[in-house]
Design a protein around this ligand. Sequence first.
Ligand SMILES: *[C@@H]1O[C@H](CO)[C@@H](O)[C@H](O)[C@H]1NC(C)=O
Ligand SMILES: *[C@@H]1O[C@H](CO)[C@@H](O)[C@H](O)[C@H]1NC(C)=O
Length: 338
Amino acid sequence: MLIHLLFLTSLIAAAHSHNATKQPLNLNSFNPKIPPRGISASKRFEGSSNLVNLRYHMGPILSSPINLYLIWYGRWSPSHRLLIKDFLLSISHPSSPSPSVSQWWRTLSLYSDQTSANISSRLLISGEFSDHRYSHGKSLTRLSIQSIIAAAGGGAGGFAVDHRSGVFLVLTASDVAMQDFCRAVCGFHYFTFPSEVGYTLPYAWVGNSGAQCPEVCAYPFAVPGYMAGGGPGALRPPNGDPGVDGMISVIAHELAELASNPLVNAWYAGEDPTAPTEIGDLCEGLYGSGGGGGYMGEVMRDSGGRTFNLNGRNGRKFLVQWVWSPVLKACVGPNAID
Ligand SMILES: *[C@@H]1O[C@H](CO)[C@@H](O)[C@H](O)[C@H]1NC(C)=O
Ligand SMILES: *[C@@H]1O[C@H](CO)[C@@H](O)[C@H](O)[C@H]1NC(C)=O
């Protein structure tokens, strides 16, 4: 009981204090258990608010076709890889039935930079690297992600990186611990340093929380103990795996922020660039109409009782959080009920 209370208290504290000095490791990180901040509910678009001062800070966005390099760190099953790749490839797959992943990404295409270039709607998987021998062990730090990228991009069996439009996505298996994973972060994005990797390119990291903290990072497919009695139970994940299905919404969140704020100098709210509130953060925990204040909103359920809100390629279904629209100034998703 005490642990649960402490957990709840720390969530409340985390939601209310966003001082960079206090939480330097939260930089561009995502923890879906923390409810959306400072946003009031409105009629049509969830989280709609003129108080959210999302601003453009003159930096570039991801405007040319996005060449994504995937790094599978640790042991990954072929079926989990296919599932995650189907999600990524659904972004540029407009023929999936509505509401679709590519419609969800259309909100991203509304963001532009000072050259009037918009975020690209083309995302390609340009390379894959399997670090199945855990080259940097099973307990990682934020900085070791850059070493993992350097190793994948450099040596034999690695990929030849497009230095103009490449981005990295590092996905760690369920037995890999990460600095602050589960406590403060479920994923984060940043960019590589020339001193570590040899060049500067954006990257994101997301971990499989299935074995470590699904109730934190794969919510609502697992719920914290203090919510078990009385509250809503865990929802059935669309693809039957809480850890990987939960990762997909975190991947979506990080990709949206990577695309709109790749060098942490483009689109974010708040005055402090070391603790930016980005377009995914603004819509944390919101998956459908009516959502907010801890309620996820209206989503769909298939005949097997599995929860989802987006369709993708190969008949896949996913549950993905909404993102902030710069036009509507609200969180939006294609499964909105008018
Ligand atoms: C955040 O920082 C400001 C000034 O830097 C300070 O006044 C405020 O008390 C801090 N808030 C918290 C929650 O620590
Ligand atoms: C590009 O961004 C501008 C500015 O937000 C927007 O008006 C326009 O509709 C966007 N273009 C596309 C194709 O989404």
